[in-house]
Ligand binder design. Structure first.
Ligand code: ADP
Ligand code: TPW
Length: 577
């Protein structure tokens, strides 16, 4: 009898083993495609999905707010060329993640937002389900593509389509809608396994047309005052060696956009960063590599761009061309293939730019670098932005492999100018939208994806958007050192309520706040520093120990300007100047 019982049990177990379900298929499909990490926040109906993912060897990082998980996924995409995955619950959780998905799309970072959702039957009749929302319709205008899977046997296709849409062509955000019922659907394990797709060549190379390459090289050869402008698309493309070769072979001065800093070390003799205004205004031919002529480049026109010029634009997206000004020589393809083709065409026959142009650039650079050194050397008390940044500049120089996350207004603008980067994809910042709140999400993902320390330098306002994630950082014991530049407010901390009333001015925070205590509350290390020397000691200790650290760096509340260097976009404040 006992034997028969055992036999029945074994049989039942085999039957059971032979089944799979939506939960397992989603995880298997992600793993099959080399996706190892999920950034998310659990709840009905995705808690079990997250649990199973962890049980099946994926790394699941649970956040305190979905926007931060989404930002982590987005930057993971930028860092790895694989879509970063964010997992949220329905309606509010989904919406919290959606800002990050839109930000990823705007920045051309590959990401997949996976959200659980209510059943179609109920949503479409608006019958009032728990956290009901037509998420697919809401997501669609904010991402590159949006898909919903209704049947377990389509999960493989859904995940494959999401991956391809995220990483091919211009990368971006993809929404994948998974109704709760789908996750629980079961099907035969073998059939399920066969339904999964391992995506072959998800971001195919796109070779530029030879005549486009010829046109670009001709234009470049005829230039008297050429300039190369590298954007974060160039950093993303991982064509580091060829990009360096292009710059060095042509001898053309180059400017990195902020997240392209470090693609070549900022100390490279051909870097024109310290002569930015001069080269933008004076250049006659500009070669754009993975950079859009958007607001960050004054739309390619106006006073910033001074003298008339012709543009060569290397980009994967043909519709980017002529979006702001006429592009004389578009080169459409992936940056790796385009830069290789340009190098090939140039061969050894490229005459470097004339001494007149190079000397003029160097002269401006030397003058501005001397001015900057003077500003940095000043011992201001109380500590100001430059005093604090002087020591951080040396810290990054001594630790070039760390990721440097940066957000704020003055904190961002000054740090970008002062802190040299030495390696590609190490500077992670507010990007195309100039969005606050990416700090902790970016810091967590940078630590997870690179397994190296992270230094996050945030304005006190900027930090507040994602500050609760210090708990996440402590929970996962990540080697992240946060420096909050605390000047008591947004931009600065001396504004007064114009009515003289009791309420504080709209840009003010609690004076003398101690952000370091937040980190201590969760078992991390907190420091309160008021001098550059104290700051330096605290950061070095954090990098040495690898422990989660938050340094509250007290900055003169009167230092800083409205909107940092965006003042010209703020009509009220420009009017008052
Ligand atoms: P930045 O803000 O640094 O100026 P942008 O985000 O404006 O950079 O521009 C990045 C550009 O790079 C986008 O137009 C995008 O289409 C392009 N791009 C991204 N990845 C690639 C790639 N692998 N090959 C070619 N172009 C790319
Ligand atoms: C999502 C508007 C731009 S910069 C900034 C805000 C609120 C904060 C600046 O103060 P902070 O830095 O961080 O203390 P500093 O160095 O000048 O003192 N909401 C979003 N994004 C943006 N960009 C804003 C508001 C803004």
């Amino acid at each position: 009898m006992a034997e028969v019982g055992n036999e029945l049990q074994r049989h039942a177990a085999e039957e059971h083993q032979a089944q799979t379900d939506g939960f397992h298929l989603v995880i298997d499909a992600l793993k099959l495609n080399g996706i190892e990490n999920i950034y998310g926040l659990p709840g009905i109906p995705v808690t079990d999905l997250a649990r199973l993912a962890q049980a099946n060897g994926m790394r699941v990082i649970s956040f305190r707010h979905e926007q931060n998980a989404g930002n982590a996924a987005a930057i993971a995409g930028f860092l790895t060329q694989k879509p970063g995955v964010c997992l949220t619950v329905s309606a509010p959780g989904f919406l919290n993640g959606l800002t990050a998905l839109a930000n990823a799309t705007t920045n051309c970072f590959p990401m997949i937002l996976i959200s659980g959702s209510s059943e179609r039957e109920i949503v479409d009749l608006q019958q009032g389900d728990y956290e009901e929302m037509d998420q697919l319709a809401v997501a669609r205008p904010h991402c590159k593509a949006a898909f919903r899977v209704l049947h377990a046997e389509d999960i493989g296709v859904g995940v494959a389509r999401a991956i391809r849409a995220a990483v091919s062509g211009r990368p971006g955000g993809v929404y994948l809608d998974l109704p709760a019922k789908l996750l629980a659907q079961s099907m035969e394990a073998e059939k399920g396994r066969k339904s999964l797709i391992k995506v072959v060549d998800p971001a195919p190379r796109q070779i530029p047309a030879p005549d486009a390459v010829d046109r670009a090289v001709e234009l470049l050869k005829g230039a008297k005052r050429p300039l190369i402008l590298l954007g974060k698309g160039a950093a993303y493309a991982r064509a580091d060696a060829d990009i360096r070769a292009l710059v060095e072979k042509t001898g053309i001065p180059y400017l990195p956009m902020s997240m392209a800093k470090g693609l070549l070390p900022d100390t490279h003799p051909q870097s024109a960063s310290a002569a930015r205004s001069y080269v933008l205004a004076e250049a006659d031919v500009v070669l754009l590599v993975g950079a859009r002529l958007n607001w960050l480049l004054s739309h390619g026109k106006g006073k910033t761009w001074g003298k008339p010029k012709q543009f060569i634009q290397v980009d994967i997206s043909p519709t980017e061309i002529d979006s702001n000004v006429a592009i004389a020589a578009p080169v459409i393809g992936d940056i790796g293939s385009c830069v290789a083709a340009l190098l090939d065409k140039i061969g050894n026959g490229f005459a470097k730019p004339g001494a007149e142009w190079l000397n003029a650039v160097d002269e401006r650079k030397d003058k501005n670098l001397a001015k900057m050194a003077e500003t940095l050397a000043k011992e201001a008390s109380p500590m100001n932005f430059h005093g604090a940044l002087r020591v951080l500049k040396d810290v990054v120089k001594a630790n070039p492999g760390i990721s440097f996350v940066n957000e704020g207004a003055n904190t961002l603008d000054y740090a970008r100018a002062v802190i040299d980067m030495y390696e590609p994809r190490k500077r992670l910042d507010v990007g195309t939208w100039g969005v606050m709140g990416v700090g902790m999400g970016y810091a967590v993902a940078a630590a997870v994806e690179t397994s190296k320390p992270v230094l996050a330098v945030c304005g006190d306002s900027a930090f507040g958007f994602s500050g609760m994630e210090v708990e996440t950082i402590c929970r996962y014991d990540l080697p992240i050192c946060i420096v909050v530049f605390n000047n008591n407010g947004v931009y600065k901390g001396i504004d007064k309520n114009p009515t003289g009333g009791k309420d504080p001015a709209v840009t003010m925070f609690v004076p003398g706040a101690r952000y370091d205590k937040m980190m201590e509350a969760f078992g991390g290390v907190g420091h309160n520093v008021t001098t550059p020397a104290e700051l330096e000691a605290a950061v070095n200790e954090a990098l040495r120990s690898g422990r989660p650290t938050l340094i509250n760096a007290v900055i003169d509340p009167a230092a800083g300007t409205e909107s940092g260097r965006l003042t010209n976009l703020n009509p009220q404040s420009s009017a008052s100047k």
